[in-house]
Design a protein around this ligand. Structure first.
Ligand SMILES: Nc1ncnc2c1ncn2[C@@H]1O[C@H](COP(=O)(O)OP(=O)(O)OP(=O)(O)O)[C@@H](O)[C@H]1O
Ligand SMILES: [Mg+2]
Length: 425
């Protein structure tokens, strides 16, 4: 209101003052015009004051609005930062991009996965080398909804993932999408291991069961069978039944080593090694193999004694069985890098280098026939590995084909930190 009346009253005063300059005007009219002009000036002053007050009020309101805006901006930035921290801290790779695959944000896991230090502003296709993922993004963009599919990556390494893409909404006239990748490779590998294991177990059981069945049938179908042949067949049935029992026992030992925490006690290692060597003495004589020991005295272990005995027996049995006549086996114990080392070295047939990475697998045997003839189940080294690892140790092998092998078990030295806690438990 005041904005309009201020110029009107000023114009009014100026017009009246101009009229007073007319020579034909009588002095009475002139005075009247001057008084009216002064009234116009007073009105103008009044409107100017009102305008000033209103401007001040508006200025104050603008300042308050600015303040509010700043607070809102600050809160928005804080929220955005919290969201980015959340995305960054997620253990699965998360990528945010537009409908053309231009990346707007990637979390730390994604950078680690693809081995880049910076991905924002680059193309999804160029960085992931996955056309399938790009096609999935186009599908999500077309539908503007979530899509999921199994995507295989070959860069930077082979991975099978479950990729999920969902629509985030519009920002800066771009449609944004989030991509989450869940690595399924380890799960698939474990699934394969489980399938192989079941197949191996049934195969291992089927062979002796088939022999038992055919031997029993032959005996059953031939009542006239000479007593010596019958006797031989019966002892073969007993042998095969023993073999089945051995496999079942070994599988149980393995399952126990895998699932249960060992009950530990403190014991001296030397008597344990001597006991194992004594138990294997007859077997060594049968194979014409000599047993030697180089043992460091007073080596103490905090471990499950029965399980460590089983480890030494399995390694000794292999060193004897896969040896040559007149060969030798040497057991050494010593301390290295604050670890107790049990070393079983033989002068046997050795292990071909291509078989070395596999010998700790269940049922793996370099020479199946030789192992079976010696009563082997192919589980001995898998048991060794599980027992040693459940004690926080490691097992390694060095071997030269036709020359000999050295198996080295490393276990934590008794007295190192953590032992006392374990003992208290
Ligand atoms: N000291 C060794 N020298 C040569 N080959 C070995 C030695 N130890 C193990 N191997 C090879 O590794 C394979 C796996 O050994 P592992 O002890 O697991 O099974 P196994 O001896 O066949 O049967 P068992 O379950 O009765 O021990 C063996 O079949 C053998 O081929
Ligand atoms: Mg063995």
């Amino acid at each position: 209101m005041s904005f309009r009346w201020l110029p009107v009253s000023l114009l009014w005063s100026a017009g009246l003052l101009l009229l007073t300059a007319l020579p034909s005007l009588s002095s009475a009219w002139r005075e009247a015009f001057i008084v009216a002009a002064l009234g116009g000036v007073l009105l103008a002053l009044y409107f100017a004051r009102r305008m000033h007050a209103r401007c001040n009020f508006l200025r104050q309101q603008i300042a308050e609005l600015n303040e509010e805006l700043e607070t809102l901006n600050l809160e928005l930035t804080r929220q955005q930062r919290r969201r980015l921290t959340l995305i960054d801290g997620m253990p699965i790779p998360l990528l945010i991009c537009d409908e053309n695959g231009m990346l707007c944000h990637t979390n730390r896991a994604a950078l680690e996965w693809f081995g880049f230090r910076h991905m924002t502003g680059k193309s999804l296709l160029a960085l992931t080398f996955s056309y399938d993922l790009y096609l999935l993004l186009l599908k999500a963009a077309r539908r503007q909804s979530s899509v999921a599919a199994e995507i295989n990556f070959s860069f930077p390494k082979e991975r099978t993932t479950e990729a999920t893409i969902w629509y985030l909404g519009e920002a800066d006239s771009r449609h944004l999408f989030a991509i989450a990748l869940i690595d399924k490779s380890e799960l698939l590998r474990l699934e394969q291991v489980r399938r192989d294991f079941v197949a191996n177990v049934s195969h291992e059981f089927r062979t002796p069961l088939a022999s038992i069945r055919s031997l029993a049938e032959t005996i059953h179908d031939d009542p006239e069978m000479p007593p010596q042949t019958r006797q031989r067949f019966l002892s073969l049935i007993v042998q095969e039944a023993d073999r089945l029992t051995r496999i079942a026992d070994d599988l149980l030992t393995l399952a126990r080593a895998e699932s249960m925490q060992p009950v530990k006690e403190v014991f001296d290692l030397t008597p344990l090694i001597q006991q194992a060597m004594q138990e294997m003495d007859a077997e060594a004589q049968r194979h014409q193999v000599s047993l030697q020991a180089e043992l460091q005295p007073d080596l103490k272990l905090l471990a499950n004694r029965d399980q460590i005995l089983q480890v030494v027996l399995n390694l000794l049995s292999n060193a004897i069985r896969y040896n040559k006549p007149q060969g030798s086996v040497t057991v050494r114990t010593y301390v290295q890098d604050r670890q107790v080392v049990i070393e079983v070295a033989d002068t046997g047939i050795g292990i071909p280098s291509e078989a070395l990475p596999r010998i700790f697998e269940r049922f793996y045997r370099v020479d199946k026939t030789r192992s079976r003839e010696g009563g082997g189940t192919g589980l001995g080294l898998a048991i060794v590995k599980h027992i040693v690892e459940s004690h926080g140790g490691t097992v390694e092998v060095e071997s030269e084909y036709r020359v000999g092998s050295v198996f080295r078990v490393r276990l934590p030295l008794y007295g190192d930190s953590g032992d006392w806690d374990a003992q208290q438990e």
